[in-house]
Design a protein. Structure first.
Length: 580
């Protein structure tokens, strides 16, 4: 059996940043190789240097602020490996010594990249056809025949775009050509990103967290798609992830990074089953586990915090100039449920199933029909001015802490923002959150009061109050999520919506946040609506589980019963798609 050829060779690579006279060294003297038609996973927590390594390979770092004190990155353009490149040669090329302009011929053409968050990586102002078509046209410019063939016609470009969309299994690709990123689901956006990366059949594909925040079924579909395309194109993959379940499913070899260094390497199965370093053992053992908060009282002894009756959300598909709209989209249909004090309702379902729509409807952020009762008060009939004082009782922790926190506000300003807005509210509807608060909801808080409350809540969520004057970019991902939790909990809510609060976090940090949420729930007798695609996290947090599909509840009941003995085929499909 012939030995596999090396596509990528990274030797003694360092990545550093300069700010004035200060030098910060992030990636420290790492070396590794990627062989032809293999998948190498770069694993580690946020800040370990994984993505910086990938960006160094693509030369996408902010030069000259970023620089390389040492290192070489050799990329093989061996024509025997792949002959479509106009630069095919038996000699490898050294990427760090090339000019940024000359890297244009390699990026996308020989090395493709799938970025972590497709919603931010895709241009919101361009259609799917325009964005994939741009990759197709740029690749044509660098093809062997480019000097002799005129630019591709619009029809030829469209045909290639359609072929790519079909290749990544986009359903009804013709209808998606004129769609914008916000009109696609998370899985569809990720498939568009893959289509762009594969437009010119690269020999090496860098996949940076390709399945983060995707539902379990979509995650498995994307991973299966990458496997299929890898075999079809005989392509190498450098996978960057913090999810060891993805590593187990996809990778041949694993490199474990900690604080900018590779501390362990080897075959994936061996690393996952027999880790040697303490850090790798920690990563392998850091998966959501444990049980929800112990309930001391039965449901009959607890009050109902939120209840919906026949809750529906319907959107108009078109806006006719005359007459009524006759084309509707039902996002949520006839949803009925109760959530008791101190309990967690886990909501499962694929992208577009209606999970977030349900949260937005209860929060009165979108129009809905039906009844929504908060502590017995029907808020569905209230206008915005009447609902505003109640918002202290209903808070949200969003999925991505970096995008949900203002980069121009300090931690103190972010956490205290709700208190300042509360001061502006002159009316109050008396409900239990106001009764249980130390301050009545209409009492004006001074700066001294607010400072003390900020310090207290930061200590409670595990943050140092001395850091309250720092900005979001100066905190780690886990610390940013704690700031988001502090912002919500400082208002003494009764009901908290947790929208994928751990999906963007490393496994070890996930466990810290889950334990924090459990502790706060027990201390404050909070009710959670926990929206997640991660069944392991839902199982660790939820007392009750509700499965939604196409806007309808298809299964609802005790968490253990639903997750261990699902009755509906769709729930069974979700559980079977979960990577272990």
């Amino acid at each position: 059996m012939s030995q596999k050829k090396t596509i990528l060779s990274v030797n003694d690579l360092c990545v550093s940043f300069r700010q004035g006279d200060q030098r910060t060294h992030i990636v420290k003297n790492i070396s590794f190789e990627v062989q032809h038609n293999t998948t190498v996973a770069l694993v580690g927590e946020s800040g370990s240097g994984k993505s910086l390594t990938a960006h160094a390979i693509m030369r996408l770092l902010p030069y000259p602020t970023a620089f390389h004190p040492s290192g070489e990155i050799w990329f093989s353009n061996d024509s025997n490996v792949c002959s479509h490149s106009h630069q095919a040669t038996a000699k490898p090329v050294e990427l760090l010594s090339r000019s940024l302009k000359s890297m244009t011929a390699i990026r996308g053409h020989d090395i493709g990249m799938i970025f972590q968050e497709p919603m931010s990586a895709l241009n919101p102002l361009q259609t799917v056809e325009a964005q994939i078509g741009e990759s197709v046209k740029l690749g044509h410019c660098f093809a062997d025949t480019a000097p002799f063939i005129k630019s591709l016609s619009k029809i030829a470009v469209r045909e290639q775009v359609l072929a790519l969309l079909k290749q990544v299994h986009i359903v009804d690709p013709e209808s998606k050509l004129k769609a914008y990123p916000h009109e696609l689901s998370g899985g569809q956006r990720q498939r568009v990103m893959i289509a762009m990366a594969l437009a010119n059949r690269p020999k090496l594909l860098i996949a940076d967290e390709p399945t983060t925040a995707l539902d379990v079924t979509v995650q498995k579909e994307i991973l299966d798609l990458l496997k299929e395309l890898q075999q079809q194109y005989k392509m190498s993959i450098l996978l960057i992830t913090h999810d060891l379940a993805v590593v187990k499913y996809l990778a041949d070899e694993v490199l474990v990074m900690q604080q900018g260094r590779i501390i362990e390497r080897g075959k994936a199965q061996k690393i996952l089953l027999q880790p040697q370093s303490d850090y790798t053992k920690l990563l392998v053992d850091s998966y959501p586990k444990g049980v929800p908060v112990n309930l001391k009282n039965s449901e009959s002894e607890c009050s109902i915090v939120v209840e919906t009756k026949h809750l529906s959300v319907i959107y108009n598909k078109s806006k006719p100039m005359f007459g009524k709209c006759k084309d509707f989209f039902v996002a949520l249909k006839d949803v009925n449920f109760k959530l008791y004090e101190g309990r967690t309702l886990g909501i499962l379902g694929e992208s577009g199933s209606g999970k977030s729509t349900l949260a937005l409807a209860i929060l009165k952020l979108i129009q809905s029909s039906g009844v929504i009762e908060l502590d017995g008060l029907d808020i569905s009939i209230l206008n915005e001015a009447q609902v505003r004082p109640l918002r202290c009782s209903m808070q949200v922790v969003f999925q991505d802490p970096f995008s949900s926190l203002s980069p121009r506000m300090s931690a103190r300003q972010i956490i205290s923002e709700g208190l300042h807005l509360r001061n502006l509210s002159t009316k109050s509807i008396s409900i239990k959150s106001a009764q249980s608060s130390n301050q009545s909801s209409d009492k004006q808080l001074g700066d001294t009061d607010i400072d003390k409350m900020v310090d207290d809540i930061m200590i409670e969520v595990g943050l140092d109050p001395e850091t309250k004057h720092r900005y979001p970019h100066e905190f780690s991902g886990g610390q940013r999520q704690r700031i988001a939790i502090a912002r919500a909990f400082i208002l003494n809510p009764r009901l908290v919506f947790l929208d994928e609060p751990t999906s963007a976090l490393d496994r070890a940090v996930q466990m810290q946040v889950i334990n924090l949420l459990r502790k706060l729930q027990q201390q404050r007798k909070l009710s959670y609506v926990f929206i997640s695609h991660d069944i392991h996290v839902v199982k660790a947090m939820s007392h009750q589980v509700m499965v939604i599909r196409n806007g309808e509840i298809i299964e609802n009941g005790d968490a253990q019963d639903v997750l261990e003995n699902p009755q509906h085929p769709y729930t069974q499909k979700l559980l079977q798609a979960t990577l272990n």
